[in-house]
Ligand binder design. Sequence first.
Ligand code: PEP
Length: 256
Amino acid sequence: MNRRYRRTIIAGNWKMNKTPAESKILIEELKPIIAKAKWCETVLCVPFVDIPIAVRLLKDTRVAVGAQNLHQNESGAFTGEVSGAMLKNAGCKYVIIGHSERRQYFGETDALVNAKAHTALNAGLRPIICVGESLEQREMGLTMDLVSLQVKAALANVTVEQLRKVVFAYEPIWAIGTGKTATSEQAAEVCEHIRTVIRKMYGARAARSVTIQYGGSMNAENASELLAQQDVDGGLIGGASLKAKDFIAIVNAANQ
Ligand code: PEP
C-alpha cells in the first residue's frame, strides 16, 4: 500500500453465492465494522439480484456496492444481459471486468474486456479489471509478458482522465479459489510490473495513482503481509468475503 498516492481498496467478490435473503444476513454482520474503515475503501461485488438490498442496507455508509459483470453494449436486444446504465442507476459504483472465471467459462477476450471497460467508464462506473496468468504460463516464464498484454489491451483508447477511475486486480489463476496464495514477493513483483506498464503508457504521475489489488486466496492470515507491499493497494477477495469474520479481518489489516 502507498496511501500517499492512492486509495487502498478491499473488494469482496461474492461470485454466484447468496440469495437476497442470505445477503441481508451477511451485510448486517459486516456493516457495523467495515463501515467504520477510514483508511481503506470497502466494496461488496454482489450478484445482480442482491444489488438492491445491498444498496439499501449500505446507504449512507462508506461501503460501496459493485457488480461482477456488465454487457458491452449500452442497451438493446441482448436477452438476459445487464447494462452499465442499469448498474449505475441501481446504485453500483464498481464493476468487476475480465475475471478469469469469465475469461475461462464465458470466452471473454482481451478485446471484450476493453469494450466492457469503456462501457463501464461511459456509464460512470469504476471498472476493476482482472489480469493474471495460469500455472502453466507462470511455469513457462510468460507471466510478465502476458500481464503486459492484458493491461495494454484493457486500456486501449482509455484516456488519462478515465484511467483515474480504473482499478486493476492482479489475480494469478492458479491462486483463485485454490488456497494457494502467491507469495508477497510474487504479488509485489507483478503489481509493480503492472504499474510500470501503465507508467510507460500514461506517465509516472498517472501510474502512481492507480490502485492495483492482489486477488487469489487472500485471507485473514496472509492479508497483512500482502498489503505491506508498496504496489499492492488492496485485495479482491472471493472465498473469504463470504465469511464475515474473515472479511472483517482483511479489512482491518488494510485499515492499519
Ligand atoms: C476471486 O474470485 O477474485 C478470488 C480472488 O477468489 P479467492 O479469494 O476465493 O481465491
